[in-house]
Write a protein that binds this ligand. Structure first.
Ligand code: ZN
Length: 228
């Protein structure tokens, strides 16, 4: 009969053998480049016509469901019961903001999350490697609007960005999502990503979730939530 002192090293040896055997069976990692296999990408016929919700239309809903315009960043930080902080997450990425601060009313924050998630889902359905949308502008304080107007005479004094209902998403830049297992992923062209994003936004617009304006000069979609 074995006593316990002799049994322990034996058990340890058996366990270690098991671990090594299991590790040996593990499938070899696939490090070949994952190519895109695009299909069913339709986009929209005309960006200007599909996304033509003008400022007065967006402003009416922004003023009805948004916050009153605020003077400063400090004022936004005090409105914690009405504003949600927007930060990089698994569905979208926030650009370094120069003329706005990352706060939205809850309905707009939820819309942004839905757009990012639907975009990733659509890419997967259409055989394209994952990319995140990039948010380029969010809530503008009165100070931001003044500074913007000094730089750009076209910047509207009555901007929907003052109400926490509105954000901009780039149609020119996207953030590639890297494979967690280190498999290289083929790039997706920005103009292809733009078509997929347009389909996502068209569907949400059709469902009365938002108004969307296609901005050529700023290379973004200017989006206002219709849900508080
Ligand atoms: Zn905008």
């Amino acid at each position: 009969m074995y006593n316990q002192k002799r049994l322990f090293p034996l058990l340890l040896a058996v366990c270690l053998c098991g671990v090594f055997a299991f590790a040996g069976c593990k499938k070899k990692e696939d490090l070949t480049m994952k190519m895109n296999e695009p299909h069913n990408i339709r986009g929209v016929a005309n960006f200007g016509r599909t996304f033509g919700d003008r400022n007065d239309r967006q402003l009416a809903v922004a003023q009805a469901i948004g916050i009153p315009p605020i003077a400063s960043r400090e004022a936004a930080e005090k409105l914690t019961d009405r504003l949600v902080l927007i930060d990089d997450n698994e569905h979208y990425s926030v650009d370094s903001l120069t003329h706005s601060i990352p706060y939205l009313i809850p309905g707009a924050a939820a819309l942004l999350d839905t757009i990012g998630q639907n975009f990733l889902d659509s890419l997967a359905c259409k055989g394209l490697n994952p990319n995140k949308i990039i948010v380029t502008s969010v809530l503008r304080t009165q100070g931001d609007v003044k500074r913007l107007r000094r730089r750009n005479t076209n910047a509207s004094a009555n901007s929907t960005h003052a109400y926490g209902t509105t954000f901009d998403i780039s149609w020119k830049r996207f953030e590639k999502v890297e494979d967690p297992d280190g498999r290289p992923l083929q790039d997706v062209r920005a103009d292809t990503l733009k078509l997929v994003l347009a389909e996502v936004l068209r569907d949400l617009k059709k469902a009365d979730r938002c108004y969307v304006k296609y901005e050529i000069r700023q290379a973004c979609f200017h989006i206002t939530t219709r849900v508080q």
